[in-house]
Design a protein around this ligand. Structure first.
Ligand SMILES: Cc1cc2nc3c(=O)[nH]c(=O)nc-3n(C[C@H](O)[C@H](O)[C@H](O)COP(=O)(O)OP(=O)(O)OC[C@H]3O[C@@H](n4cnc5c(N)ncnc54)[C@H](O)[C@@H]3O)c2cc1C
Length: 457
């Protein structure tokens, strides 16, 4: 690491997620110059993405502009851009039209979906970004809208069948929110369908959903989901996904389910940055593509290139990789920021210690499971705990009082106000309706005028 010249030490942070943002915050008062680069101009509170995907919160409720989050850090600039190359010898990263030089580089670009080599991303969108959440929301509400107009009972059933793949935290939270939507929020809103007829099926490959929780909490989570009308299929794998169905395998049994909405919460792999790092620094990647780092989070060959958060494979505590959760990314971001400051003072820093605050997952409006420091809670108490932690975080970050008010409102009114179907471009993308022969062939033989006038993308 270069520390000899008098110009301020330049720290470039790539990624304004939990890891990058916490690193930047920790460097706010340090004698360094910080550049935070992200391809989006906002930070997202990913644990609440499922709320956007199911119409409970609006995208802006769980996002904050990076520029405003960091406006008080006078040593920090924010650049919106995508890093496409790292040159460790010249100590630069490349944006599309510009190179930025660094003395220390912190890479925190997270992960993306993994379909285990299958081409299912269009058929079963995943949930990682705000854009993903908006797309899921569109598919979910289009399904109810189309079912309302569908005259053929078999097709209507297809539209009212939702399959979620992956019984980790994200899949369980999504399934719970969908259950609540179908059996509660939407119940009075439609005239031709009973939304409570919706089938919501959560598919999970191993024996217990929420595999990182103790089995008794997994069982309680399953029971809570079932109370919300969700069918949980464990020990079940996805074999195929088509436009209107999914094939599942449980043991030797194959099952075909006709479903128009399949949502993916099953696997993650490192973002494209991992390959850039491997190419530039010869760092090794694990089987999910994460960058293997040293106990101080740098790549083995360059001690000024740090990789943190979901992008990093860090197995120096108990020989197991740390999980891809927000507290890991936050603590690693803070640690690396402290390490850079210590080095500048010519000091060493004690090894990284991870404080594990445990696991929380919410299931619908009244229930959650909590496994924190040996305390195991489920049901309403767990839900209150979950709510406190999440609101606390949002308040700490951006004074999101509105989120609290909104939650309180939807809690008491059973309403989810953000149920918008939006699509890019000028026309609503409703091609599903257009292919719907029952709808076009209405009883009097006339075509529906709306269906004739929409532009289909
Ligand atoms: C649906 C969902 C639910 C979750 N629920 C929980 C939960 O309940 N509790 C929990 O602890 N954790 C949860 N997590 C995990 C948690 O959100 C992650 O562990 C955490 O976000 C990782 O932080 P990070 O900084 O490594 O990456 P991220 O927060 O993913 O941030 C990465 C950032 O890098 C940017 N970026 C990517 N590539 C580039 C590039 N080439 N150039 C510039 N910028 C780039 C992205 O735009 C993004 O802002 C959840 C995740 C998801 C997806």
């Amino acid at each position: 690491m270069k520390v000899e010249n008098s110009a301020p030490h330049k720290v470039v942070i790539v990624g304004g997620g939990f890891g990058g943002l916490y690193a930047a915050q920790k460097l706010a008062k340090a004698p360094v110059q910080v550049t935070l680069i992200d391809k989006r101009n906002f930070h997202v509170f990913q644990p609440l993405l499922y709320q956007v995907a199911t119409g409970g919160l609006s995208p802006a409720d769980i996002s904050s502009p990076l520029r405003s989050l960091l406006k008080d850090n006078k040593n920090t600039e924010v650049l919106m851009g995508e890093v496409t190359k790292i040159d460790p010898e010249r100590q630069t990263v490349k944006l599309r039209y510009r190179e930025i030089s660094y003395d220390s580089l912190i890479l925190a670009t997270g992960v993306t979906h993994q379909y285990f080599g299958k081409d299912w991303s269009e058929k079963a969108p995943g949930l990682k970004t705000i854009e993903d959440a908006i797309e899921m929301r569109r598919r979910v509400f289009i399904a109810f809208e189309t079912a309302e107009k569908e005259l053929n009972p078999e097709k209507r059933k297809e539209w009212l069948t939702f399959v979620l793949v992956g019984g980790g935290s994200a899949g369980v939270e999504l399934a719970g929110a969908l259950g609540e939507l179908a059996h509660g929020t939407l119940k009075e809103d439609f005239r031709h369908i009973k939304t409570s007829d919706a089938r919501i099926i959560l598919v999970h490959s191993s024996e217990h959903i929420l595999p990182t929780y103790p089995p008794e909490l997994s069982k309680k989570a399953k029971a809570s989901l079932e109370r919300l009308g969700v069918t949980v299929k464990t020990g079940t794998r996805v074999i195929d996904i088509t436009d209107n169905g999914i094939t599942l395998k449980t043991g030797d049994n194959l099952e075909q389910i006709q479903a128009r909405t399949v949502l993916w919460a099953a696997g993650m792999k490192a973002s494209a940055m991992a390959n850039l790092v491997a190419e530039a620094t010869e760092a090794e990647l694990d089987k999910s593509g994460r960058v293997k780092v040293t106990p101080n989070f740098h790549v083995p060959k360059y001690d000024n290139i740090f990789v943190i958060g979901d992008l990093a494979y860090y197995d120096h505590i108990k020989g197991k990789p740390l999980p891809g959760v927000a507290p890991v990314a936050m603590q690693q971001g803070q640690y690396v920021a402290r390490l850079i400051q210590s080095r500048l003072k010519g000091k060493t820093l004690e090894p990284f210690r991870y404080i594990d605050w445990g696991n929380l997952s919410v299931i619908g409006k009244h229930a959650a499971v909590v496994d924190v420091k040996g305390i195991k809670l489920s049901g309403f108490l767990a839900w209150l705990f979950w709510l406190f932690i999440h609101v606390f975080y949002l308040l700490e970050f951006d004074n999101k009082l509105i989120v609290m008010v909104q939650w309180a409102w939807s809690y008491f009114t059973n309403n989810k106000g953000a149920r918008l179907i939006t699509t890019p471009g000028e026309q609503p993308m409703i091609q599903y309706e257009d292919s719907n022969t029952a709808y076009n062939g209405l009883a009097n033989g006339k075509q529906d005028p709306v269906a004739q006038t929409v532009t289909v993308q």
